[in-house]
Design a protein around this ligand. Structure first.
Ligand code: PMP
Length: 310
């Protein structure tokens, strides 16, 4: 859950810090949903606040823009955007926070989303994070998933891009899942293979091996990458391969990863219990390692935390 910003709250728009109330758009901006974005978590660790894998998120923002053919104005280099995100968290006095960079086209002079003279805007918002992952308080054993009837097809959506429009099937599937009493949806590609949840990657544990769908079919999640690195450090084998729906039904453990949802165990898919329906030992080990890591308490991965100067 995010806190609604007050009027004093500052945001960053096209190179300047401005009050939330003055960061307005015109009605014609952002038609066609043509844009890309990111979601970065800042965590309070003792007296310090650190943004987790900030530069990796910024790098993905640039990759997403490149995939969509959006040219981020040259002045806004990755270093400029990293510094501005850190400053935004500091200026707003945030401790637990969620930072949302986004890039979009604005303009009035053409009906095409690709009109040559459309200006590219870059905005950064930072919200106070009020706790609870993306799923409220699911309890220690985790959430229930439902297979979506809407597809997530890599050739249509270019799923490596974290693009606004990519979320339409995901949001439709999420709403369907919620209406049916599940917490999130699992989406499949055109061949029926598992891709990911509405805004999180899916991983399973089978016979002690950590398995997830290949990178071609899902967003390259930074949390998933973190968990894979941590798993290798714990001596767990890590594999990426296509998975059918029934590969998931018979998994020993299943969990989702994402900057907002962290490591969230899954206890059921389509009404089938996963494993014994409780958080498994590998999920538990990876979840606690991930917690230590985002708080900058793991010496070997401290470089992943970008501390906010006090
Ligand atoms: N897949 C999708 C579709 C997402 O929106 C997200 C959230 N960014 C993820 C996976 C997880 O990515 P990350 O761990 O980098 O937050």
């Amino acid at each position: 859950m995010l806190a609604e910003p007050g009027p004093e709250h500052e945001v960053w728009l096209d190179g300047e810090f401005v009050p939330w109330s003055r960061a307005t758009m015109r009605l014609c901006d952002h038609h066609y949903g043509f844009g890309v974005f990111e979601g970065v978590r800042a965590h309070k660790s003792g007296d310090r606040v650190g943004l987790f894998r900030l530069s990796d998120h910024t790098a993905r923002l640039f990759r997403s823009a490149h995939i969509l053919g959006i040219e981020i104005p040259r002045a806004f280099t990755p270093e400029v955007l990293d510094r501005a995100q850190v400053d935004l968290v500091r200026k707003n006095g945030l401790r637990e926070a969620y930072v949302r960079p986004f890039v979009f086209h604005g303009g009035t002079s053409t009906l095409s989303p690709r009109g040559r003279d459309l200006r590219v805007h870059v905005a950064l918002l930072a919200f106070a994070w009020l706790g609870g992952g993306g799923y409220g308080s699911p309890g220690e054993d985790g959430i229930k998933l439902m297979s979506a009837s809407v597809g997530r097809h890599p050739n249509g959506l270019l799923v490596k891009a974290k693009a606004h429009a990519n979320y339409m099937p995901a949001m439709l599937a999420l709403e369907d899942a919620r209406r049916s009493g599940a917490d999130d949806a699992l989406l499949y590609d055109q061949n029926g293979f598992v891709t990911e949840a509405s805004a999180a990657n899916v991983l399973v544990v089978q016979d002690g091996v950590l398995i997830s769908p290949p990178r071609q079919v899902a967003l390259e999640g930074i949390t998933k990458d973190t968990v894979q690195v941590l798993a290798k450090g714990l001596g767990i084998s890590v594999v990426e391969r296509p998975m059918a729906r029934d590969d998931l039904y018979v998994a020993d453990e299943m969990f989702l990863t994402g900057s907002a949802v962290g490591v969230t165990p899954v206890r059921a898919l389509d009404g089938r219990m996963i494993g014994n329906g409780q958080m498994g030992s590998v999920t538990r080990a990876l979840s606690s390692a991930y917690q230590e890591c985002v708080l900058g308490r793991m010496f070997e991965h401290e470089q992943w935390v970008h501390w906010v100067p006090s």
